[in-house]
Design a protein around this ligand. Structure first.
Ligand SMILES: [Zn+2]
Length: 147
């Protein structure tokens, strides 16, 4: 047990067992930051801690947390470059961040160093094979020319 940390907790009237659990979950924080968090919970800088976190969406695409206002207001960028706004951090951690154009995308392989995906399109409900570079600006034209 880290006695200096325990002493700091006592000195600041902080519940030691809670602080230890918190510290175990947040190994990127220093003891001082953890003490500061408990002294004034508003001062913790989640924005800089969580910014840049990556996860895989349940739709199959990688995503990165690119802006953090608070846990209910984050911006997320998918690996194709598409950014979605005002999402929830908990949903980000669970992968529940939908892409505006594709219901899901399944990686099919790389060709000439570019990743290709088989994507289920929200517009036509069908599937398209799309290179990652073209995914963001891809416009589905199926259905536009049918009677
Ligand atoms: Zn389509």
């Amino acid at each position: 047990m880290n006695n200096s940390f325990a002493k700091k907790c006592r000195d600041n009237n902080i519940d030691c067992s809670k602080a230890y659990k918190f510290r175990a979950k947040h190994s990127d924080l220093t003891d001082e930051q953890i003490i500061e968090y408990y002294r004034n919970k508003k001062t913790i800088d989640y924005a800089s801690i969580r910014l840049g976190e990556r996860n895989i969406s349940l739709n199959g695409l990688e995503m990165e947390l690119v802006k953090y206002i608070n846990s209910h207001d984050i911006d997320v960028q998918f690996e194709d470059g598409t950014i979605v706004y005002h999402k929830n951090y908990t949903n980000f951690k669970k992968g529940y961040i939908p892409h505006p154009k594709y219901k899901n995308c399944q990686y099919v392989g790389a060709f000439k160093n570019k990743k290709y995906f088989l994507c289920t399109c929200r517009k036509c409900k069908g599937k398209h094979v799309i290179c990652i570079d073209e995914m963001r600006d891809f416009e589905c034209t199926r259905g536009n020319h049918t009677k």
